[in-house]
Design a binder for this molecule. Structure first.
Ligand code: AMP
Ligand code: MG
Length: 342
């Protein structure tokens, strides 16, 4: 039987629905809920058994730690042994919001939640439903994205039901998640902040707030610090072909579509408003948004990947975007969706 889906108002969530969901969390259950980034699958972060079930339901590798969500900036002090000056600046400036901070973990955080690391990742989401749920549960909530591991993240309650409906206890539905990509993850456990994953808070905003932010070179050192970045991610069933580079991206998308047609494949395309004109008639097309508005493209990204997948295509050609603002997170997700696809 699929999990019950409970509709809630996105800005003034009904107390009865929140109370019901909080009771599920308190008894060790799993609740999917909206945040401003994507839908999360929540468990009591301090209940090792509940978090272990969360890993199992998602099919998530045990060494990929889960972000702990809090309802107030002061809640971080119970989860971390030390919150340094840079972390305080970032919390003051960007919480609630799509910024996750990696800090030295307090002993209260179970090893399973931390994926075996000595650190814990913490964030305060900017969504009334998420905040009400965490506050009502009166405990921190461990919540990765509410999808099967490796699939595109869910930005609607319907995406959650499609992936995990039979395996979880409750879904709170407040409509589409507004940002559409996951949080930015920054390690502030050392002296210089390190960007572990680009996300919903642009790197430019971080740099404006704290100055230098280290960008680890891709490779072994980076994946050791942020284990999640090692795995194939965000991938639809169809092969994703990413066309990087502008301004001739539109023509290169068209060429890629024709080449795949020649292989006898059913092909779809995701393009910018500017790139749409060049796509040959006959391809299934989704327009992500204008090149100058990467936040629109981010909001559409995962839903369009899922839509094209449902259209039964063999391949999806995607036009790359400039790595500015949310464009950096969009390109990170697209590169991962395309990596090793086949
Ligand atoms: P997800 O919950 O699927 O959005 O992924 C959370 C991301 O944060 C993954 O890339 C994790 O590897 C990363 N993360 C979570 N906790 C930690 C931590 N303690 N240290 C480093 N990275 C972390
Ligand atoms: Mg995820």
């Amino acid at each position: 039987m699929p999990a019950p889906l409970v509709r809630v108002d996105p800005t003034q969530p009904e107390a009865a629905a929140i109370g019901e969901a909080a009771a599920v969390l308190s008894s060790g259950g799993l609740v999917a809920f909206p945040t401003e980034t994507v839908y999360g699958l929540g468990a009591d972060a301090l209940d090792a058994r509940a978090v272990a079930r969360l890993f199992e339901v998602k099919g998530r590798p045990a060494d990929n730690p889960i972000i702990v969500h809090v309802a107030s900036p002061t809640d971080v002090d119970a989860l971390a042994t030390h919150v340094g000056a840079t972390a305080r600046v970032l919390i003051d400036r960007f919480w609630p919001g799509p910024l996750t901070l990696v800090l030295p973990a307090a002993p209260v955080v179970p090893e399973v939640t931390r994926g075996g690391l000595p650190t814990v990742a913490v964030r305060m989401p900017a969504h009334a439903v998420a905040l009400a749920l965490i506050a009502a549960a009166r405990r921190p909530v461990a919540a990765p994205s509410a999808n099967r591991s490796g699939r595109p993240s869910p930005t609607t309650a319907q995406h959650v039901l499609a992936d995990l409906g039979e395996r979880i206890d409750l879904v709170l539905d407040a409509g589409p998640a507004p940002v559409g990509v996951e949080s930015t993850v920054v390690d502030v456990s050392g002296t210089t902040p390190v960007l572990l994953r680009p996300g919903g808070l642009p790197l430019e905003a971080l740099q404006a707030a704290v100055g230098a932010v280290a960008l680890p070179a891709p490779g072994a050192a980076a994946t050791a610090r942020s284990p999640g970045t090692r795995y194939r991610h965000y991938a639809p069933r169809a092969r994703v072909v990413l066309v990087e580079g502008r301004p001739d991206a539109g023509e290169r998308v068209a060429a890629a579509v024709r080449r795949l047609w020649d292989e006898g494949l059913r092909v779809g395309a995701m393009v910018t408003s500017e790139g749409a004109a060049g796509v040959p008639a006959g391809a299934v097309v989704r327009v992500m948004g204008p090149r100058a508005a990467p936040e629109v493209i981010a909001a559409n990204l995962f839903a369009q990947l899922r839509e094209l997948d449902e259209a039964g295509l063999d391949a999806i050609v995607v036009e790359g975007v400039a790595e500015r603002g949310l464009g950096r997170a969009v390109m990170d997700r697209l590169r991962r969706a395309a990596a090793g696809a086949g």
